[in-house]
Design a protein around this ligand. Structure first.
Ligand SMILES: [Zn+2]
Length: 160
């Protein structure tokens, strides 16, 4: 019986491109995401586009809050979508101990996200319905001592 040939490419179910699979041992990555609904494989650039479209359509998303090049950004898995954070503030939370709020601009609208605790970078984001920025926002700066900057850097946040 002939040995099954090792797969070298996969077809993205979204863009239909044939994409070379990475050397798993070298990179430790599969090179694609699995679509939960269909089990089909999706390339990384399409993951970013899909996440972006989902956010646009639903006004909601789940991203990761990470520090990159001295600034905080929101990113998806596998980091093919990156959104700079305009401002953030950390406060104490009775269960998770800390709660971090972030504000950012996406698709021409203001969004808000919340992240809980020190163990997780998961940030649930939502498009603002009533809140909007008035005035200037200080950019989120990377704290030298902790994961998140203190004191709060959000200023002049007002409701309509
Ligand atoms: Zn694709």
């Amino acid at each position: 019986m002939a040995k099954p040939k090792r797969e070298t490419h996969f077809t993205c179910m979204d863009c239909r491109e044939s994409i070379a699979l990475p050397d798993y041992l070298a990179t430790g990555g599969a090179g694609y995401a699995i679509d939960v609904a269909t089990g089909g494989r999706v390339c990384y650039p399409c993951c970013g586009k899909n996440d972006e479209r989902n956010m646009r359509e639903t006004g909601k998303g789940v991203l990761y809050l990470v520090a990159r090049d001295g600034k905080y950004v929101l990113t998806n898995w596998p980091a093919t979508l990156t959104i700079p954070v305009d401002g953030m503030s950390t406060s104490s939370h009775n269960i998770a101990r800390t709660r971090t709020d972030v504000w950012f601009t996406f698709d021409g609208a203001q969004w808000h996200g919340t992240q809980y605790g020190d163990m997780s970078q998961i940030c649930r984001v939502q498009r603002n319905k009533r809140e909007r920025y008035v005035g200037h926002l200080a950019p989120a700066k990377l704290s030298v001592t902790g994961r998140f900057p203190t004191p709060p850097e959000i200023q002049n946040l007002k409701r309509d």
